[in-house]
Design a protein around this ligand. Sequence first.
Ligand code: NAD
Length: 321
Amino acid sequence: MWIVPEAAVSGLITAEASFDAVEATFAAMARGDAYNFPVIREAIGHADALYGFKSGFDRAGLHLGLKSGGYWPGNADKGLTNHQSTVFLFDADTGQCRAIVGGNLLTALRTAAASAVSIKHLARPDARVLGMIGAGHQSAFQMRAAVTQRAFEKVIGWNLHPEMLSRLAQTADELGLPFEAVDLDRLGAEADVIVSITSSFDAILADAQVRPGTHLACMGTDTKGKQEMDAALVARATVFTDEVAQSVSIGEAQHAVAAGLKQPTDIHVIGDVINGVHPGRTDAQEVTLFDGTGVGLQDLAVAAAVVERAIAQGVAVSVDF
Ligand code: NAD
């Protein structure tokens, strides 16, 4: 069995490789070659933490396993990442544990890759202004991945806690893009693509604030009760997701579906767009929304890529197990 420690992961995978792995995974899911098992996610009643498992099997890539972990909101005060994740990979032929991989950086990379995949396939080709809602740990990864997909000329951002906006300003600066902190009215009126990545349990962006033609990549809502977009906005948008079962239960679409404003059958998988089965955006006025709930197969795909490279580079630790 192999162990790839968290500290080794950054040298073993790029954002580009994560993008390719996630795009291929969404395509395999839509073809029926890969499927996710039901998600377990619980508020454990300790340290305000959400903890759970995401797992699945990709028959084509023979990725079998799970990601265990969750979200500890008090970790930042301890100098730790709020998300704590570990990926376990199993041999699909024998069930033996093949590898344990640090999953913190991988979670950020695969989540950013998912919204970037949605921007590639759903945003207007002429998108120039990127709007960011959220300025936590994930937001910098999201911005870096998003700007690879369109010729963005400017980033604008909003966050509930304005003192965190410096992360967005610094990341935009590193990317050579101007950044401006704006209110939500301006964000919705000026952005062509909006990425939301917060821990919100209430709608942040209202339907009336979003102009036609916008692509929304909603990445923060991954638990029952969480919400970033007004249900009416979700109802107006053409909604795509990684996995419909998660979208309607723990994703951004849960509220619109519960209110009867959207039917589960109205929600399309992004893999169908990647595979050319669904046309995706059909006109420049359409509001498209990607409900990125985060699936276990994303984690397995990037972790498997890391393990192969770690073994090849002699970085993986071998353990008799
Ligand atoms: P973080 O703790 O570093 O940052 C939290 C962000 O949410 C900050 O911008 C903060 O200002 C904002 N926020 C906190 N409480 C809020 C509230 N009540 N209303 C509005 N905004 C609020 O977290 P992070 O690592 O950046 O992750 C952000 C969110 O993304 C988490 O909720 C996490 O569960 C989610 N996430 C989703 C996926 C996925 O695949 N969909 C993957 C990773 C993380």
